[in-house]
Design a protein around this ligand. Sequence first.
Ligand code: GLA
Length: 379
Amino acid sequence: MIQRTPPMGWNSWNTFGENISEKLIFETADIMAESGLKDAGYNYLVIDDCWSKKERDDKGRLVADPVKFPNGMKVVSDYVHGKGLKFGMYSCAGTLTCAGYPGSFEHEFVDAATFAEWGVDFLKYDYCYKPNYEDGRLLYTRMGLALANCGREILFNACSWGADQTPEWIGGTGAHSWRSTGDIVDSWESIKSLAHQQFALQPYGRINCYNDMDMLVVGMGGKGNVGFVGCTDEEYRTHFSLWALLNSPLFIGCDIRTMSDATRETLMNPEIIAVNQDPAGRQPFIVSRQGEHNVVWGKLLADGDIAIGAFNMEDSETAPWCSLNIPLASLGLNRSCGKAVVLRDLWAREDIGVVDDVLLITLPAHSCRMFRAHLVDER
Ligand code: GLA
C-alpha cells in the first residue's frame, strides 16, 4: 500500500539538471542510506528530466541515455532498492518533456509498463508540450489509469503547476500530490513567493493529494541548476518549516554528498519531519495573519496536539523584526474550554512551559518558530 503521508526523498533537478549519471545516482543512494537521511524518512530517490535518449526504440519504448546510464535503468533501480530506498523517475503529459526529451503523450500505457518493468516506485509527471486541443485533466487521468493497471504500485506525483484549474480535478486522477506552484529557484524571494501562493490554495490540500510546493533548495548555497543568489541557513530553516507544516512533499534538491552540518540539521530535525508526516494529513489553517507577510499557521495533529508555525516573511531592510501574538482563542481555545497548552519548541528541541492565555513572540526578519502545543487542563 502506497504511503498516505507526503512523500520524502531526493530529486536530481535542482542541482544537477541534465548533468545526471549512473555514478551520481549510485553515490547519492549511498549517502541517503549511510547519512541517516533514509532513516529520517527520505526514502525516494528520483531522477528528474534528461535521463532518456531523444528517440524511442522501434517498439515505441523509452530508452535510457546510454552515455549517462550505460547499464540501463533496471541496474540503477536495483542499486537504489539494494540500499533500502525506493526509485523514482520522471516523464511528461505532453509530446516532449520540459527539457525536450520524449514525453508520454499517447504512450502512457507502454511507458507505465516500462517503468513497472524497471522497478519504478514513483513517477513525477510534468506538463510541457501538451497539445492545445487535448484536455489536461484527461491526460492525467489516462496516466493515472495506466499506473493503476501496470501491475506495480507507483506513486503518481503530478506536476502541472496548477495550470488549467488543476486543483479542481487532480484529486480524481489518482495523483498523490499536485504541484501547486511554478518552479522554485534558490533565493529568499522565490521561497517567499511560493509560500505566499499557498494562502489561496490551501483549501485544495487533502490527505493523499497534497499541495506540492516544489523541491527544496535547502543547502544549495546558490550552486547548481536552479542555484541563484542562495539563502542563509536561517532562511533555509524557514523554508523547510513552511514546506513541512503545509504538507508539501519534501524532496531534497542539494548535493547531499557535500552537505554542511547546518543543512543536515535542518533537513533531519525529526520533530519538524513528524509535523509533515503526521498520519492525519489534515489541511493547515491560518491562526493569525498580520499584514501581507507575517503569518501563523496551525495544523491539528493525529494525537490531538496542534503544530504551530510563526513566520516573519517581511523584508529585513524595512522590518528587521516583528512581534506576533498568538492568543489561545485563535486556536479555538477560548476561556470557556478550561484548557491551557504545554508548548514545545521544535527547533530548539525543548519544552517551554504552559501558556494559558497569549503566546507573544518576537521574530527577526526571514525567521520562524515552530511549536507543538499539547492540551492540558487549565491550572
Ligand atoms: C519543469 C518542472 C521542474 C523540472 C523541469 C525539468 O519545469 O516544473 O520541476 O522537472 O520541468 O525539465
